[in-house]
Write a protein that binds this ligand. Structure first.
Ligand SMILES: [Fe+2]
Ligand SMILES: [Fe+2]
Length: 243
């Protein structure tokens, strides 16, 4: 099972770099993943034209399936209604090839703070059943990330969500928002944040990037691919714990 993880495309931002988007497309053509996970901020302001541009870009990528969740920028200006119209449910699910991916909308209209809400914890518990690898995908980070300055916008219910992750044995959490790649291992669950793939909205001298996850049985290999020059490195090689 191969999953490509991209985030924070910010279509129509003045800092969007078309060449980096082309490098994402080239990587997808080479990797041909089974699933593309996009963890939000497809747009800069939630406008319909931005969603349309993001949709046509994502549809042009080589991936068998796609799971997309909105980011705080997508929920501006009623953007969450356009998101549903163009991409479907804000809480999407993928089940296949030994993995279950549950997507969460961690946004609220016109605010940048994250929030998922306890009404969604039940469905998370119900969807993670059986032997599949359990992956959550959401825009906001659940654990603070070094090198990203003053902590803000972490979901108001991050602690409770971490509790749900522990309780149901989530294996991997994919997120974006911080525009800086990072991995935390908390009690055997890997919290993988990827950078912005296509914009200069970067922290200091950090670089744009995307992730490729290779999952065989309970083995996980994570490749970080810089989208400015396609430099590639394995940043995680691990056995996921046996449940
Ligand atoms: Fe972003
Ligand atoms: Fe964001």
């Amino acid at each position: 099972m191969k999953i490509a993880h991209i985030s924070d495309l910010h279509f129509s931002s003045s800092l969007f770099v078309p060449r980096w988007a082309e490098n994402v497309a080239r990587t997808m053509e080479k990797e041909r993943p089974d699933l593309l996970v996009v963890t939000g901020d497809l747009t800069n302001d939630g406008y319909a034209s931005e969603f349309e541009a993001a949709k046509s870009f994502l549809d042009s990528l080589e991936a068998e399936d796609m799971l997309v969740v909105p980011g705080n920028h997508d929920s501006r200006n009623l953007g969450y209604t356009i998101f549903e119209e163009i991409f479907g449910p804000r809480f999407p699910t993928y089940v296949g090839r030994g993995v279950t991916v549950v997507g969460l909308d961690s946004t609220e209209p016109d605010v940048d703070d994250g929030h998922v809400g306890r009404e969604h914890y039940g469905p998370i518990r119900e969807q993670f059943n059986g032997q599949n690898i359990r992956i959550l995908a959401l825009h906001h980070h659940l654990i603070p990330i070094p090198g990203t300055g003053r902590e803000r916008q972490i979901p108001t219910d991050a602690g409770d969500l971490l509790g749900v992750c522990k309780e149901v044995g989530v294996d991997i959490v994919l997120s974006g928002h911080k525009h800086l790649p990072w991995i935390w291992n908390l009690d055997g669950c890997f919290f993988i944040t990827t950078a912005t793939a296509t914009t200069r909205r970067l922290k200091g001298r950090s670089r744009p990037a995307m992730g490729i996850l290779e999952i065989e049985g309970r083995s996980l290999v994570l490749h970080d691919i810089k989208t400015d020059d396609l430099e590639r490195a394995i940043v995680l090689r691990t056995e996921l714990r046996v449940r």
